[in-house]
Ligand binder design. Sequence first.
Ligand code: ADP
Ligand code: MG
Length: 637
Amino acid sequence: MPEIRQLPPHVADLIAAGEVVERPASVVKELVENAVDAGSSAIVVELRRGGMGLIRVTDNGRGIAPDELPTAFLRHATSKLRCPEDLGKIGTLGFRGEALAAISAVSRVEIQTRRRGDGAGASLRLEGGVPGAVEETGAPEGTTILVRDLFYNTPARLKFMKKDSAETAAAAGLMQHLALSHPDISFKFLKDGQEALHTPGDGRLDSAVYAALGRDFARSLLPVKGGGDGVGVSGFITAPLQGRGSRGMQVFFVNGRFIKSQLLTAALEEGYRNQLMKGRFPGCVLAVELPVTEVDVNVHPAKTQVKFAREKAVFDAVYHTVLDALAERGGPVSPAPAAEAERTVNPREDFFRSMDAKTFRERGTEKAPGSAAPLPSWSTERTGPRLSDVAPPPVPGGRKPFPPLRKDAPSSVVRQKQMEAPPAEKRPPVPAIPQAGAELPGQEALEPRKEAPWRIAGEVLRTYIVCESEAGEVFLIDKHAAHERINFDRLKAAREPPMRQTLLTPAAVEPGREEAALLLENLPLLEDFGFSCEDFGGGTVLVREVPADIDAAGVTATLEEIAGELRQGRSPAERREALLHTMACKAAIKGGWKTSPEELRALVEKVQSGEVRYCPHGRPVAVKITKHELEKLFKRA
Ligand code: ADP
Ligand code: MG
């Protein structure tokens, strides 16, 4: 056995240094944080060869006294903490007193500094942590630190360095975060002599965002300000239509410190729930401010993680700020830039998540292969839900809204509905395009009702309602998306189980063995959603009742889709939410269907009131085209 010995101090220092200084970007981070803590208003960072050649950080902060210079490079030497109690209220970025010691232990360092008001400055060189003599020099106010030959004495670490370009990119990302977290400081970042970032330092977060993250991202942002319970939240979040492909653009600061936090990410994303397209993530630059005594920043050597004393208060503050900001935007959305606009008019292919629309339609109207029993005879014609739950006054001659049904209501109520509703639900054949002069479906005279400052001009492609506001704006409303959203909100808010329709002949659905098992495992959940099913053996599920507002002919497809949702191992709450999506979609009128003027009007009312803005998948429900935009299209403006 080798004998146990205490490590010589310089080896211990190298090991400790490894924790703080992992790569050039960590050096940049520590030096810039020191410059921020020193009260600088301008900080310049220069990198050569990804920082492996040279890192130079220049600030105009308060400087270091000549006689304290060597001390600053000792381990655990800091001016920011005095006693253990101070650890509970850290208001500076640094506090561990380790950075300068660690950096100088693994490189060759040169520092020049002059305190504000001092006649002369001082300089010091260190090599592998060993200091030379402090010398008097002429230096501008502030501090300049040069770091050369990083990891020259730790070959093991040197081997792990990535390409210069990767190190530069890491440092550049870090500079962005530092610049964003301190809009009052002007940051300049030069890589191999080229300016890569320059923020004005005018104290405005939007200027910093524009300079650091670019014009396009800046344009996609909405300002937010809120908070409560001692937690302030301010900054910017992306508009729902500008969701991003990853979480890379989620930038959070807590008391001016850039941090990574699952809690903050979760609070942000919760605020966007059902407003973003699947697979899209919100972006943000959000500053969270709270008393320093309520955040523990001493949980990670790189200080990129924190602990909150009151996690719920922080979560709620961020969540509500985001939610309020998104709600406040109100009204239908403006036309998005080209790419988004294309998606807006995209036919429904992207809509069904488990299968494309074409397959869905084919499978929904035909008998799915493997379906043992025939579908109920009355439901082979395409039927569809109505908008009775949407339209405020019942349409004369139309279907009356059904009273809410309690789970324990006598089944005769259900039967009664079943007897009268199905024949009434048959859709009339699609009419031919009207002759010139004839009224277009849904078209009405201007000002039909005094209270509505808009009118429906018609419907195009059997999908988009064209609507004109008094203010001279044109809206295109996706009737399916709008109805889906209304259904979703209604289902979500509903306290009662949905109305059901009993199938005249039970449908035998064979969705595949695994899927059948999943459905049968979740019978109570299906029951809650209005499906009464039972095991028919051999991978067949017998369906006796389905929700009143879905197309009974598509029950096989619907249950297959539901099984697909159930397959994705999720929490019960997420599963319920996914089923709400499916049901809202199934209960909605579809693009291509003929819809009555009253139904269209009911949809437009909801959209124009601002109650409905995004479908539950985050696609827009309406796009707005202003008169000016139209004029531009025709080169009139
Ligand atoms: P910490 O930042 O945790 O205190 P560091 O090792 O990074 O530890 O720095 C040690 C001390 O050196 C700091 O507490 C500060 O007093 C001083 N210092 C470091 N960099 C600067 C700077 N750019 N301007 C003024 N003082 C500095
Ligand atoms: Mg420091």
